[in-house]
Each structure stands twice: as structure tokens, then as C-alpha cells.
Design a protein around this ligand. Structure first.
Ligand SMILES: *Cc1c(COP(=O)(O)O)cnc(C)c1O
Length: 363
């Protein structure tokens, strides 16, 4: 069986160091927001070329706090791609703001800058971009629009740790960059975790309080804060894994190149865009008979996933939102997309085999 992901295998290289970290943290007697978190925050900021990093409890929290810290009046509109993972849209709603969905570009699967302009109103306050599947958005065009209409930019980097636009890391181009360290992400820990990057000292200082009940001095609360803190254990694991992030990303890029070269042209492959370093969190292909292809691959002992089967605007949770609106590009993507194995434990031989089997599909 060629697995889609096997976290035990993908983490095997780190077992020894993780065991050492566990003993160290256990022995320290300090388990939340301590020296390990501080160290990881400094390392992650420095890796990305950002001035500041704030560790939080999850990717969703990183998004919610990024929106909250901008102090947008309730009812403000936030532009967001119509084909993102649901967390991006939930964050806008939890922050008391209104999500305005914009269709993606059918070849990059990222938000279409041309379509952003049409959705801007007097109430638009921010653009929440998502570097989906590990591919950076067209940040040059988006930054120009944001500047022209005086909008903030928050980047959802949950799938794009280490991805770059020319030489700039995602998460450092907009006002704030939100990351998830959920175990399957390119930089994943052994539980939940997240972080926010910013170059703005004022936003940084406020975020440091917001994540901890609005307080930086014990029992002195300056804001209506949250409990969204990163564990010492997770931070210690992340410090170890961060040293391997480039290697993890390079492994995924090598596998993507094998897919790109070997898959027949009847398969729609991910676009390769000049000047963008894609870290292939996911290797998404598209095919009109996606469900049949998925079943065929499983019959040939190859596991795949669908990211994602249901478009956000069709989710029951959003039945009161996005009424009278249609998102045909997003639906086309959701109906035809299929994720092939591309994890840190997937081998080049396995990818070659997957290509061989797919190329025989429908013949
Ligand atoms: C994983 C993910 C999130 C949420 O991260 P959690 O750590 O699970 O809260 C947000 N946005 C995108 C695009 C994601 O893939």
C-alpha cells in the first residue's frame, strides 16, 4: 500500500531529539509560554526574515488573533478566497467580521486579484489571502490593490511554511502572517500549535497580550484577551523540526517534479509559476472523473485525499451566508481535485509508481 501520509514514519528522523526535548521540558517544571517558546519564536521569525513571532495555540487562533489585533470595527468586510479550508472563513466570523468570498484562478487555485477589485466596498477593511496547497498567491498584484484601497493584508500560511515570492517568505509580505503547526503541515508538531509573524512592533506587543488573557504582567489585563498559548513541549519539537524544514520542502519539491515530468497530459497538473517557491503541502491534480480515479487508485493500493470535497459556500455551517451567490470556479475545483501522496515519508519510487498507474487510467 502506498500511503497518503504516515506521521509515524514522517517523524521517525526526529524521534531521538523529540525524546530528549520531552525529558528536558518535563524536568524543567515549566510547561506553557517559557524559554522554549521564546526560543522557537526567535528562530521562526529569523528563519522567515520577520521582525517578530508570537506562538499561539492553533492555526485557527493565529488567524482569529491576526484579525482581532487589527481592531476592525465589527461588520467590516474581509475578502477571502472561495475555495479555502473552512478555518480561514471561520476565523473572519469569529472575529466579528463579514467574509466576502472571491473566486480563485482556475490554474493556480489561489485568489484571483482581478476579481478582488469587484468585491471591494466602503466596508472592505482587509484581504485574507491563502497560499493554498503551498503555492504563494500573486502578492505583487494583491499588495497594489491593498495599497490603493487602504486595506490590511493577513496571510494564511497554514499550508506554506517556507514558501517564497522571489526572495520573500510568505507571512512577511502582508501585515500579519498566520501559521498552523498541525501535525500534517510541512512544519508540524505533535499536537496543536500556531504562530503569527509581523514586522509591526505595535501589533506584536498587543498580540503578546491578546494570546494570554490580555496580559503581559500577571493579573494586569489590558485587553479582552484569549487563552491561546503555545506549549513548551510543542515549541521544543518545533525548534528541532524547523532545522529540517528546508529539507522537508525540498523533498516535497523533488517528488512534485517527478509527478510533473511523468504524469500524462490528460491529467491537469499544478501550475508552475515563475518567481514563486511552491512548497507542495499538497500535490493536487484535477480530472473530470475524479471519484472514479480515486477508486481506481485505491484498487491499485494507492491512497489519495480530496482537498476539499465540499466548497465552503455549500457547507451547512454557512447556510445563512453567501445566499444568492454562485462560485462556479470553486465548485469546478472541488468536483475535480485529487491530492496525490507527497509526504516526507513518500519515496521517489512510490511517486514513479503512482504516475505509472495513473497513466493507465481509462485506457
Ligand atoms: C490547517 C489550516 C488552518 C487551521 O489550522 P489549525 O491548526 O488546524 O487550526 C487554517 N487555514 C488553512 C489553509 C489550513 O490548511
Amino acid at each position: 500500500m502506498i500511503e497518503y501520509e504516515n506521521l509515524r514514519k514522517s517523524n521517525q528522523l526526529f524521534f531521538e531529539q523529540y525524546n530528549d526535548s520531552f525529558s528536558e521540558v518535563l524536568d524543567s517544571g515549566w510547561y506553557i509560554l517559557g524559554s522554549k517558546v521564546k526560543k522557537f519564536e526567535e528562530e521562526f521569525a529569523s528563519y522567515n526574515g520577520a521582525s517578530y513571532c508570537v506562538g499561539v495555540a492553533s492555526g485557527l487562533d493565529a488567524l482569529i488573533l491576526s484579525l482581532k489585533v487589527l481592531d476592525i470595527e465589527s461588520g467590516g468586510e474581509v475578502i477571502v478566497p472561495s475555495n479555502t479550508y473552512i478555518a480561514t472563513i471561520l476565523a473572519i466570523i469569529h472575529a466579528g467580521l463579514i467574509p466576502v468570498l472571491v473566486e480563485p484562478d482556475i490554474s493556480t487555485y489561489n485568489i484571483d486579484p482581478e476579481k478582488i477589485r469587484r468585491k471591494i466596498t466602503d466596508k472592505t477593511k482587509a484581504i485574507l489571502v491563502v497560499h493554498l496547497y503551498g503555492k504563494p498567491c500573486d502578492m505583487n498584484s494583491i499588495s497594489k490593490i491593498a495599497e490603493k484601497y487602504n486595506l490590511k493584508i493577513v496571510e494564511d500560511c497554514a499550508q506554506a511554511h517556507g514558501a517564497k515570492v522571489i526572495d520573500k517568505n510568505v507571512g512577511t509580505i502582508g501585515d500579519l502572517g498566520a501559521f498552523s503547526f498541525y501535525p500534517t503541515k510541512n512544519l508540524g508538531c505533535l499536537g496543536d500549535g500556531g504562530a503569527i509573524l509581523t514586522n509591526n512592533l505595535i501589533l506584536y506587543e498587543k498580540l503578546m497580550k491578546l494570546r494570554n488573557y490580555g496580559s503581559s504582567i500577571k493579573y494586569h489585563n489590558d485587553y479582552i484577551g484569549y487563552n491561546s498559548r503555545l506549549d513548551e513541549l510543542q515549541a521544543a519539537f518545533l525548534s528541532t523540526k524547523l532545522r529540517y524544514l528546508d529539507r522537508i520542502n525540498q523533498h516535497k519539491r523533488t517528488l512534485a517534479a517527478i509527478y510533473h515530468q511523468n504524469l500524462n497530459d490528460h491529467i491537469i497538473k499544478p501550475d508552475i509559476v515563475d518567481d514563486l517557491l511552491d512548497v507542495y503541502h499538497i500535490y493536487p491534480i484535477r480530472h473530470p472523473k475524479r471519484n472514479k480515479l480515486k477508486e481506481y487508485l485505491l484498487n491499485h493500493n494507492i491512497k489519495t485525499e480530496i482537498h476539499y470535497p465540499i466548497a465552503p459556500h455549500k457547507q451547512k455551517a454557512f447556510s445563512l451566508y453567501f445566499k444568492n451567490e454562485t462560485f462556479p470556479v470553486s465548485e469546478e475545483i472541488h468536483d475535480t481535485i485529487l491530492s496525490l501522496p507527497i509526504s516526507f515519508s513518500t519515496t521517489a519510487d512510490e511517486v514513479a509508481k503512482v504516475c505509472e498507474v495513473i497513466n493507465q487510467f481509462g485506457r
